[in-house]
Design a protein. Sequence first.
Length: 522
Amino acid sequence: MTTAAATDETQLARPETDAERGERASETATIQAPEPAKLAEHVHSRDFGFLPIPRYLRVSKEKPPQFDIFLNILFGLGSTFIVSNLYYCQPLLIQLSESFHVTYDEVSRIPTLVQAGYACGLLLITPLGDLVRRRALILVLISASSALTIGLPLTSNLHTFEALSFLIGVTSVVPQILMPFAADLAPPHKRGAALSIVLSGLLLGILFARVVAGVVANFVTWRVVYWLALGLQGGVLLLMYARLPDFPRKNKGMTYLGVLYTMARFAVTEPMIVQASLINIASMACFTNFWVTLTFLLGGPIYNYSTLVIGLFGLVGMGGVATSPLLGRLVDRMVPWYGTLIATTGQVAFYALQTGADGLSVGVVIVVCFGIDSFRQFQQVSLTTGVFGLDPSARARMNAVLIISIFIGQIMGTSVGTSVFNAHGWRAAAALNLGWEGFCVLVLLARGPHCARYTWLGWEGGFAWRKPAADPPQSMNVAEDTKEKEKEDPQELAREESRASTEKAGRGERTSVEKPAAVQES
């Protein structure tokens, strides 16, 4: 046996890591195209049975979906203007209390109800991205949120305003459907950059809503803010109709209850998702604690800044948003675990700087604001990219788990961070962030970058930090791809099909459906 042959045998005998398996699954994820004779009856020509789909957006075997920079930017802008629905109310609470003739305590329920509705949408609606055609789902949600927004500037009743706000929160989960959609459409070697643009748009929406609502309401009235929001959503709806490809549904054999069940199962049985969720909870608690207590620090006896000046510090976050696409490209070149390590280490450094010097100079505060924003986004893109590589057919459910963990972290950071600040001051609150971020480092190091998918603790598979070179693009015909794989390695294919059948039987799905990596045509 030659040395080359021995090396090949060693490579075949080596267990495949979850990173390599996920990357291969992502690269071989293909659209299940029907036979040519039956193609016409499988390609959708209308949304909802009556609204024509432009011909250039109809996906078929001969015409796979194209994901260019313009569509990626549209995903980002759509995220900006839809997620803004959750934050318009925050600068308007005083005007709302005066308009509805109620106390501040009563009107403070509005942002809580909006966020509660958003949480319900995350749990119950976003997993549908793994079950139904996402073009139709996105158009329905934007239409619903736009229709509900009409009622906000028209009503003069607080309870009606609260009910509408809750429902708008439920339907404003489009960004969390666009995130896994972008991962499905983008080539594997550009997935991190694509996700970073969508994430940048989402974070920009938070700042956009607060600034625009405050400025507009200051010069006219709060009702104009919601008419503006309606116009922006209408614009997004038209652009989505004109540019969003009609990507076929996935997991045709599953039911809605099956989708919810597997989402819950992912949250407790997938080591990488559990690891990412724990990091998300602690890191987002730090991030929220920092921004909430920063208001108290800047307005307190050390700096004594006005509300206007404090609000301008939010603009520093714009710099962090601008770095996200560049960091996303960096994630595309490395194993996501290492991106998470760099980002988490960077956050530790900036939280240490905050703990030691936040009360000494406003320049330190500005530097910390920029650094924390940048590295938090870097961390989120790295975590999401790694998790999305596990199973291309379940990205919507996996994303829902990650976003729910972020939501938990926000609640924890707001409540615990404020309590610590009030009891012990800004330095103790900053030290709390440092402790939480140290916990993130421990969780990350407990499971190495190349562990097998179901390995909970330990290091295996080496220390390589670069992603392996991407394989050539696969055809849209799964049958042809399967024949090619049989020629290459029939034993590996048989093992994959056996694992897929076992997993689907455990989920209560039909075992006759195609491989998990295949995206099925409706």
